[in-house]
Ligand binder design. Structure first.
Ligand SMILES: NC(=O)c1ccc[n+]([C@@H]2O[C@H](COP(=O)([O-])OP(=O)(O)OC[C@H]3O[C@@H](n4cnc5c(N)ncnc54)[C@H](O)[C@@H]3O)[C@@H](O)[C@H]2O)c1
Ligand SMILES: O=C(O)CC[C@@H](O)C(=O)O
Length: 539
């Protein structure tokens, strides 16, 4: 099984540390789950967090906890980090991946709430609602100061038309706004279906009366709205950010509001939070909420349940639904490839025993029906098997590719429909020194997994137990001598396969034996005339 299964707690309860407030209803499935011990401690200082995470097997956070490299490295047994929400910019994904820690999020649960909050912020901005409320509280009855603008017939520019951006678009249309959006994945067809226009980033910011951003915060989106972008916007544009602080350059926004270029801004998020005392809050045209986009009873219950379920799935050895640092697969794709997880890993492990030279290239070939699917998880399993020989249990599905890259192993994946008589075939090939070794395997209907080829020799071996691969010269008596020696060592042969290139040429014996073959026994086998190489593989 994959590393996901290996993570199943065996003797002790898995400790799940929760460091941000989660909905009590959402926590119920976790409280009810067997084998999980909850450790809920919110509002921790950095030092307290470093101490608390040390023994945690799983960690769940919202946006309040910064899961930095330091935190990840302080955790001795952490296997999964769950984010109760969408944005994972508070988690050092690189550090988690390096340590083989899977990160999961809850991407759907707060979409509605964030979209509703965006519309509420845009409407409040258009009608000066927070400013008018404050003025009333100050005992004033000032109607002239708070004349607003209508949303109807205004153009809303949406940057990032993912889950939330698309919901905002639907709602804005309900307000009878014209919507234009930019998203690298937005096609003309989809825009047409949604009754909106698609534009480039520049077209969107030039055309809009209101601009709302809904991208993740990444290198590419940091300061997307900067001084240059503000210059291109309409005079009197209004800006909404209910996505992530950092997408807007706050210094540039401050100047643009002061200069009257931007008529107002509604901000739920800022680059550094909490943002009490921020100078943008001193501007009367700026309204703000303290990161409330996802703060509804419904969203909090939903994200807590979703992330909790994924953590339970993971700790029970099942595939997770919303991985962030692994590709997520459809149910159908997962059902198709999951049965091959073990085989791919075994092929990698087998291959790792065929040479003692460092591996510099790995290629994994998928033939037949498998070629129609996203097979990256299988490639990672093959790499895991291959790297385990030197790196031990430190390698798992999450970090296998990262580790291969860091050892400068060139990994490639190939697909072909031609599976040479098998319904599907996986071949893992590795270059070690100047030599290529390859091993192929398949799943036989009803008969389980089989290794069907080793280098150029056809075999039919179940990839389990103790295997012995002997390369020798094809000549009478070779098989008998090996059999005799193993008998003397009290090693029982369960199965034996032989293959040869040509009569009298190079040949291999593949044996499965009942007990592990020790290095001294390998040494004795190598003393037999015309045996060139003996390899043991324990699967
Ligand atoms: N304020 C809150 O409490 C709150 C709540 C939920 C989500 N969020 C934030 O809202 C944002 C959107 O969440 P979502 O669930 O819609 O995410 P999503 O992944 O569904 O959508 C993000 C979209 O941004 C697009 N994108 C990426 N780079 C882009 C670029 N350079 N220009 C334009 N578009 C780009 C992507 O293609 C994708 O369609 C995230 O930053 C998330 O963290 C905030
Ligand atoms: O934890 C929260 O309340 C905020 C969540 C939100 O920012 C998200 O990205 O999902």
């Amino acid at each position: 099984m994959s590393a996901i299964a290996e993570a199943k707690p065996e003797t002790k309860n898995a400790v799940l540390l929760i460091t941000d407030p989660l909905s009590e209803d959402g926590l119920q499935p976790l409280r009810a789950a067997e084998g999980i011990e909850l450790d809920i401690c919110t509002g921790l200082t950095r030092e307290e967090l470093l101490g608390a995470v040390k023994t945690a097997d799983a960690l769940i956070v919202r946006s309040g906890t910064q899961v930095t490299r330091e935190v990840i490295e302080a955790a001795d047994s952490l296997k999964i980090i769950g984010r109760a929400g969408v944005g994972v910019d508070n988690i050092d994904l690189e550090a988690a991946t390096e340590r083989g820690i899977i990160v999961v999020n809850a991407p759907d649960g707060n979409t509605n709430s964030a979209a509703e909050h965006t519309i509420a912020m845009m409407t409040s901005l258009a009608r000066n609602i927070p400013q008018a409320h404050r003025s009333l509280l100050e005992g004033k009855w000032d109607r002239k100061a708070f004349v607003g603008v209508e949303l109807k017939d205004k153009t809303l520019g949406i940057v990032g038309l993912g889950r939330i951006g698309a919901e905002v678009a639907r709602r804005a249309k309900g307000q009878r706004m014209n919507v234009i959006a930019f998203d690298p994945f937005l096609t003309e067809e989809r825009a047409k279906e949604m009754g909106i226009s698609a534009g480039t980033f520049e077209e969107v910011i030039r055309a809009a009366d209101f601009i709302t951003v809904h991208t993740p915060l990444m290198k590419e989106t940091r300061h997307l709205l900067n001084a240059g972008a503000f210059e291109k916007m309409k005079d009197g544009v209004r800006i909404v950010n209910c996505a992530r602080g950092g997408i807007i350059d706050e210094g540039a926004l401050y100047e643009a509001v002061k200069a009257g270029k931007v008529a107002g801004a509604a901000l739920d998020v800022m680059e550094s939070e909490p943002f009490t005392g921020h100078r943008l809050l001193e501007l009367p045209q700026v309204i703000a909420t303290p990161h409330l986009g996802a703060s509804t009873i419904e969203a909090q219950e939903s994200v807590a349940i979703d992330v909790g379920r994924d953590v339970i799935r993971f700790l029970s050895g099942e595939p997770v639904k919303n991985p962030v640092n692994l590709p997520s697969l459809s149910k159908e794709a997962l059902a198709k490839i999951e049965p091959f997880f073990n085989l791919a890993e075994s092929l990698g492990t087998f291959l790792s025993r065929l040479s003692d030279q460092p591996v510099t290239e790995v290629s994994v070939k998928y033939a037949g029906e498998l070629a129609d699917y996203d097979v990256r998880p299988l490639t990672r399993n093959a790499l895991k098997g291959l790297l385990k020989r030197n790196l031990g249990s430190h390698v798992n599905d999450v970090n296998a590719k990262f580790l291969a890259d860091s050892f400068q192993i060139n990994v490639s994946e190939h697909k072909t429909a031609n599976s040479k008589g098998f319904q599907q075939l996986i071949t893992v090939e590795a270059k070690t020194g100047e030599v290529f070794h390859r091993v192929s395997g398949t799943l036989l209907n009803g008969f389980g997994a089989r290794i069907v080829k080793v280098d150029d020799y056809a075999v039919d071996v179940s990839p389990e137990g103790h295997l012995l691969l002997i390369r020798h010269k094809d000549q009478p008596g070779a098989i008998g001598r090996v059999g005799m020696l193993l008998a003397e060592e009290n090693i029982n042969i369960a199965t034996m396969q032989v293959g040869r290139s040509e009569a009298g040429g190079d040949a291999i014996m593949m044996l499965t034996v009942d007990n592990e073959v020790q290095p001294e026994e390998v040494g004795r086998l190598l003393e037999i005339d015309d045996i060139y190489a003996v390899r043991t593989v324990d699967l």
